[in-house]
Design a protein around this ligand. Structure first.
Ligand code: HEC
Length: 176
């Protein structure tokens, strides 16, 4: 009797778990971007690096190092940063065959691990605006070196992280 009861309870738990997982799957309305495994690994490594850069910017600001925060943003998150190469090119709207038309831009396509040819236009656009926001933040933070204007600087930084959030809400990258 006790055993039956335990089995029933366990079954209820298991079913709830399965349903919860299904519900989560249904709630996930993000657009799927399919890319080769090497492209995904390279892209996610770049993303983790972005988080490091945001953390470094915050640490610099906490120390009152506005110029250093500006440099990190410009060199690593701005539109001219090496890691922004995929977003500097025109969007190829997820059509890899178009990639051959842009062979000379920053050598970005020399790496077979580049995500550019797979990025849908909407994703590309969010990326570009995040990089622009990073450049704007750099200018604001640089100007704040003499004023120590934290509200204005942090507002500019939040425009950058809003870009991260906007893209994460819309897209996920899975292996082809
Ligand atoms: C143009 C779109 C886009 C922008 C902008 C963007 N990300 Fe991402 N990021 C993604 C996608 C897509 C994933 C993978 C999500 C998934 O597949 O579930 C991701 C994953 C990540 C991950 C997880 C990496 C891993 O190893 O799983 C981190 C951390 C991250 N992003 C940080 C950031 C930060 C910080 C910013 C802003 C400075 C940022 N991202 C901006 C699209 C973007």
């Amino acid at each position: 009797m006790k055993r039956q009861f335990l089995v029933t309870i366990s079954l209820i738990f298991v079913t709830q778990f399965v349903f919860a997982a299904d519900a989560l799957q249904l709630l996930d309305t993000r657009q799927v971007v399919k890319v080769p495994a090497a492209v995904r690994a390279h892209f996610l490594a770049g993303m983790r690096q972005h988080l490091v850069e945001i953390a470094d910017i915050q640490a610099a600001l906490a120390n009152g190092e506005f110029e250093r925060a500006a440099q990190i943003a410009q060199q690593h998150l701005g539109l001219s940063a090496p890691g922004s190469a995929a977003c500097r090119m025109p969007s190829m709207a997820g059509n890899p065959s178009d990639a051959q038309h842009f062979p000379s831009i920053s050598g970005a396509l020399s790496a077979s691990s580049d995500i550019a040819p797979y990025m849908p236009k909407a994703m590309h656009d969010v990326g570009v605006s995040m990089h622009h926001a990073a450049d704007r933040f750099a200018a604001v933070s640089r100007a704040a070196a003499s004023t120590s204007d934290y509200p204005v600087t942090l507002r500019a930084l939040s425009k950058v992280t809003e870009g991260c959030v906007a893209c994460h809400a819309q897209f996920r990258v899975v292996e082809q």
